[in-house]
Write a new protein. Structure first.
Length: 99
């Protein structure tokens, strides 16, 4: 997020910039290290990518948390790319189509 405003200002206007995550609360506050939708929109960004496998695996994000984030982002007028898919161990085991 450090260079997001630079990208928004310097890329062609037909290129949309996205952040990799937004926080699961609607309003700005003392959410150290997190980006709320209002902060992201203040940067001029209208896209977010949610549900990364890393956040599910290492941050304990559940489908319910991802769904809440999606709802918050959409309610704020953002566009969402929701990541879905198998866990790494399932992909490496060739079970992609079974999960």
């Amino acid at each position: 997020a450090l260079h997001t405003s630079y990208l928004v200002e310097n890329l062609r206007k037909d290129i949309n910039v996205s952040v990799q995550n937004v926080w699961s609360k609607e309003k700005a506050g003392a959410w150290t290290g997190e980006l709320t939708v209002d902060l992201v929109k203040d940067l001029g960004v209208n896209w977010t990518i949610l549900g990364h496998s890393e956040r599910r695996a290492y941050c304990g994000e559940t489908p319910e948390v991802v769904a809440t984030k999606v709802q918050i982002a959409l309610a704020a007028g953002m566009k969402v790319i929701a990541c879905i898919g198998e866990k790494l161990k399932d992909r490496e085991a060739g079970n992609t189509m079974n999960v």
